[in-house]
Every structure is written in structure tokens, then in C-alpha cells.
Ligand binder design. Structure first.
Ligand SMILES: Cc1cc2nc3c(=O)[nH]c(=O)nc-3n(C[C@H](O)[C@H](O)[C@H](O)COP(=O)(O)OP(=O)(O)OC[C@H]3O[C@@H](n4cnc5c(N)ncnc54)[C@H](O)[C@@H]3O)c2cc1C
Ligand SMILES: NC(=O)c1ccc[n+]([C@@H]2O[C@H](COP(=O)([O-])OP(=O)(O)OC[C@H]3O[C@@H](n4cnc5c(N)ncnc54)[C@H](O)[C@@H]3O)[C@@H](O)[C@H]2O)c1
Length: 458
């Protein structure tokens, strides 16, 4: 057995959360080893948030150009996916090369090891280096931070395991688009990709197991996205239990309730999975499970901390960074605020954008909260009416009648994710509803719909 080398901190997984934590702890003067098996920065810059939002930007531009006829004359639109693929390769991902990120991390004082890491005890990590050199073992005197994120999950659909399907990682690397695409899953990933590819001329079909798209959001959000998809020519089947998936001379096939769908590609976007057993969670003394449970300082027990998607509160880059900040301050004994998940914002970057924070009406009711609901139709507001083409949206507020504060809110529409900022502040700061009623909102803005929704609370 290799002798353990003593360091202050080991960070296992250098995605959004791990990279942030490792860099800051090293800059604070601790000896930090950072371990990453693939790309420093993780899913977000190479396969997720950044490249997909470049796709969304391009697809939305196409649709705005197609709307010119309704409002401003005439525009000919000839989509070119090659331009998007090149931008993702050159500007977002450096052709999926993380040298810049590695240099930045090392520049902060982190000792970087590329390889597969595994917990071998509550404070020890073994690494199999990617260059084939011998195993390294580190013992952390201060902390081991696990930020190992998630992998795409595959549902147990017969035939899927033998089918060369796409995940988000293949979809962002696509240099050519298929003529048609089947997407399994109508959550945030499925919906964002569906609209992007449809706007570039792909015949897209979304098969969603739940009874609506974006089932975690308000029903109004699902309805608005479904209407937008109809306008984009996306075929949607909800409440589907896919019986079989296959791949033959016709392309990819999916059998669902008596229908057979055939397409040039199949994208699976049915959620994510952690790999905690492989990570050695048992050796570290933690119970088996999908997520690592942490306290409000991101401590998982003993010297172990966890941040980002491996915690049950993950799923977003802003969450991984928020948690990394808390873990860093705890390790450095700096105090400050602890984790508070009442006002977690989320945005699905469809057109219309679906922004939401805190609890949905159904979640609040399930939690036993006596709710007041307020809504506003964005298209009927002055700014929505002026905007005209692509103006569909809603602001929906969920208030706690007893405490007189918002516990959740949704903002769908043009700039729905930006309008969300005011609602996130209201939920986070527990601004009394009477205070919200007395606010002055600039005219004519999209966020004025919040005032209408507040006035309608009842
Ligand atoms: C298509 C898509 C779009 C998204 N869009 C958004 C968005 O718009 N906004 C948003 O907020 N979030 C978005 N997300 C979610 C966001 O990408 C994640 O929440 C974020 O990347 C989580 O960061 P993390 O550090 O927890 O994990 P990750 O980014 O997954 O990084 C974990 C790292 O750990 C490494 N690792 C794992 N195991 C080991 C091991 N044993 N040894 C060494 N290294 C290991 C992995 O290689 C990986 O690099 C999106 C996700 C997807 C898939
Ligand atoms: N804009 C953003 O912030 C953004 C964008 C994309 C992804 N993400 C994050 O990435 C993570 C994964 O997203 P996701 O959309 O893959 O997961 P998800 O779990 O949110 O949605 C998966 C969807 O697939 C459906 N599904 C599951 N099994 C199915 C089956 N066999 N057939 C058909 N449908 C099935 C589910 O009902 C669900 O609606 C989430 O944590 C999400 O927050 C965030």
C-alpha cells in the first residue's frame, strides 16, 4: 500500500463547485490537491450551461428574425448550425481542452492531479493518475471536499442499453444536425434542446413520462412551453411509458402506446445519476444513497464536505458555487452565512424563459402552508402588448397567508429569467406583501407584471 502524503485539503472532482473551493483554499495558503478525471470546470462549461445557452441564443435569434415579418418588414432566415458548432468548439470549450482552466488553478497554488479518485477512508483519497503512473494516496489534515457531480442517467427502457443514443455531451458536440430527433424526457435539458434543434429545422419529438413538460414547475409554465413548442413544430407526447427503443436501418425507433416514432437520432434527457458507490462512499463511513447528506455548513461527517450536484440540493451551477463558498468559509473558520434553500432560483432557457424560485403552489400546499395565489398575464401587460410576437408569459406568486410573505414565484415570458431576480429577492428577504404592494415599478417593463400579480393575491 502506497504511503499517504499529508496535505491540508483534497478536492475530489473539479467541476464548478470543486474548482471554486480548491482555488480559494489554495489562495488562502492551504496545501490543496485537486483531482479531476476529465475536464477542470466540469459539466457546465464543456457540456451544459455555457454551450447550451450559446445554442439557445442562436436559436432565439432565428426566431426573432422570423418574427420580423409581423412587426418590422421582411427577413430571410437561413440557419447554419456550423456557426453554432464552431462557436461552441472555439469560444466555449477550446475544443474540449481545459489547459486554460488547469493553468488558472495551478496559478492559484493548487496541486493538480488528473486521474480517477476514490475515497479510501474518512480523510484519505487514492488516485489512479491518467498518465498511467503509480497510485497516489493523500491524507487530508483539514478536509476532503467531494464535488464529483453527476453523469447522464439512462432509464430502464428495453432496448436502450444496446442503442447508440445521444446524451447532452453528444448533443453539444454535434457538428451536423439530424433531419429528425427523438428526445426522451421533457425536463429542462429535454426542453432546451428540443426548441433549439426545432428552430434549426430538425423535426423534434419529445416523449415525456409525466403528464406535462417541465413537471417540476407550475402547470402554467408547462402549458406555455407546450404552446411554444406547437408553434415551433415540436411534437410532444406526455404521459408516455416508452415500451421499447431500437436502432435499425430506418434510424432510431421508440414504441409508445401503439405508436412507433422513428428519427435520425435519439437524445436521452431523463435525469442524472451520481456514482457514490464507485467513489468509495462506504469506505468513508457514509451511508449508500443517491446523494451525500450535508449540514448547513456542507459538512458530511468527520473531515468530509460535499458541494454541488452530489448534494440533494444541487442541480444548478449557482448552487454548486454557493455551497463551495460556504464550505470554504467553514474550513477556513471564517463564519458567515450558512446554507438556506428557501429561495433557490432556477431558469429553463426556453422561449418563453421559465424562471422560478422557492415553492410551487402544489409544494406549498403539500407543506401545509395556507396559500394566497396571485397571477398576471404577461401578454396583457403594456410591455407584453407592445412586444407582440413572442409575448406569452405569466407571473405567478405563492404567498404564505399567515406569515404575509412570498414562499415561491414563477416568471415565464420574454426575459422571464431576468424578471425572476426581483421575485428571488422578495422570497429570500421575506419582504412583507404590503411592502411589495407599495413598490413603484418602471413603466413599461416586463417586471411590472409582478405588481399586477401582487395586487391579485387572494
Ligand atoms: C445540458 C445541461 C444544461 C445545464 N444548464 C444549466 C444552466 O443553464 N444553469 C445552471 O445553473 N445549471 C445548468 N446545468 C446544471 C449544471 O451543469 C450542474 O449543476 C453543475 O455542473 C454542477 O457542478 P458540480 O461541480 O456539482 O459537478 P460537475 O460539473 O458535474 O463536475 C464534477 C466533476 O467531478 C469529476 N469527477 C467525478 N468523479 C470523479 C472521480 N472519481 N475522480 C476524479 N474526478 C471525478 C467529473 O469528471 C466532473 O468534472 C445544466 C446541466 C446540463 C446537463
Ligand atoms: N437551465 C438550467 O438551469 C438547467 C438546464 C438543464 C439542466 N439542468 C439541470 O440538469 C439536471 C438534469 O436535467 P434533466 O432535464 O435531465 O432532468 P430532470 O430530472 O429534471 O427531468 C427529466 C425528465 O425526464 C422524464 N423521464 C424520466 N424517465 C423517462 C422515461 N423513461 N421516458 C420519458 N421521460 C422520462 C421525467 O419525468 C422528467 O420530466 C437537473 O438537475 C436540472 O436542474 C438545469
Amino acid at each position: 500500500m502506497t504511503d499517504a502524503e499529508r496535505v491540508d485539503v483534497v478536492v475530489l472532482g473539479l467541476g464548478v463547485g470543486g474548482e471554486e473551493a480548491a482555488g480559494r483554499l489554495a489562495q488562502a495558503g492551504l496545501s490543496v490537491v485537486g483531482i479531476e478525471r476529465r475536464l477542470v470546470g466540469g459539466e457546465c462549461p464543456y457540456f451544459a450551461c455555457v454551450p447550451t445557452k450559446m445554442m439557445v441564443r442562436a436559436a432565439d435569434l432565428l426566431t426573432d428574425a422570423r418574427r420580423v415579418g409581423e412587426l418590422a418588414g421582411h427577413a430571410d432566415v437561413r440557419p447554419d448550425w456550423g456557426q453554432v458548432a464552431r462557436r461552441i468548439r472555439d469560444e466555449a470549450t477550446d475544443d474540449w481542452n481545459d489547459q486554460v482552466a488547469v493553468d488558472r488553478l495551478v496559478g492559484k497554488g493548487v496541486r493538480f492531479v488528473r486521474g480517477e479518485g476514490r475515497l479510501t477512508g474518512p480523510d484519505t483519497v487514492a488516485v489512479r493518475p491518467a498518465d498511467g503512473s503509480g497510485e497516489l494516496v493523500f491524507r487530508a489534515d483539514r478536509a476532503v471536499i467531494v464535488g464529483s457531480g453527476t453523469e447522464p442517467a439512462a432509464p430502464p427502457v428495453p432496448g436502450l442499453a444496446d442503442t447508440p443514443y445521444w446524451t447532452n455531451r453528444d448533443a453539444v458536440r454535434a457538428t451536423e444536425l439530424p433531419a429528425s430527433l427523438l428526445i426522451l424526457g421533457g425536463g429542462p435539458i429535454g426542453c432546451e434542446f428540443a426548441q433549439v434543434f426545432a428552430r434549426f429545422g430538425v423535426a423534434v419529438t419529445v416523449l415525456e413520462a409525466a403528464d406535462r413538460l417541465l413537471p417540476g414547475e407550475e402547470p402554467e409554465s408547462s402549458d406555455l412551453v407546450r404552446s411554444a413548442f406547437a408553434a415551433d413544430g415540436v411534437t410532444v407526447r406526455t404521459g408516455t411509458a416508452v415500451e421499447h427503443v431500437g436502432h435499425d436501418w430506418r434510424g432510431f425507433t421508440a414504441r409508445v402506446g401503439g405508436e412507433e416514432h422513428v428519427a435520425g437520432r435519439l437524445l436521452v434527457a431523463t435525469g442524472r445519476r451520481t456514482e457514490l458507490a464507485e467513489l468509495g462512499i462506504a469506505a468513508a463511513g457514509l451511508p449508500d444513497g443517491k446523494f451525500i447528506a450535508t449540514d448547513d455548513r456542507m459538512r458530511a461527517g468527520g473531515a468530509l464536505y460535499a458541494v454541488g450536484d452530489v448534494t440533494e440540493h444541487g442541480g444548478f451551477t449557482h448552487m454548486a458555487m454557493y455551497q463551495a463558498d460556504i464550505a470554504v468559509r467553514d474550513i477556513l473558520g471564517q463564519g458567515g452565512f450558512s446554507a438556506d434553500y428557501r429561495a433557490v432560483p432556477r431558469v429553463t432557457f426556453t422561449d418563453p424563459e421559465v424562471g422560478a424560485v422557492g415553492l410551487t403552489a402544489a409544494q406549498a400546499a403539500k407543506a401545509g402552508i395556507d396559500t394566497l395565489i396571485g397571477t398576471a398575464d404577461v401578454a396583457a401587460e403594456t410591455r407584453g402588448w407592445i412586444h407582440k410576437a413572442g409575448n406569452a408569459g405569466v407571473v405567478k406568486l405563492v404567498a404564505d397567508r399567515d406569515r404575509n410573505v412570498l414562499v415561491g414565484a414563477t416568471s415565464v415570458g420574454p426575459c422571464g429569467g431576468e424578471v425572476l431576480a426581483a421575485l428571488t429577492l422578495a422570497v429570500h428577504a421575506e419582504v412583507p406583501i404590503d411592502r411589495l404592494r407599495s413598490m413603484i415599478d418602471a413603466y413599461p417593463t416586463f417586471h411590472r407584471a409582478i405588481g399586477t400579480a401582487v395586487a391579485s393575491l387572494g
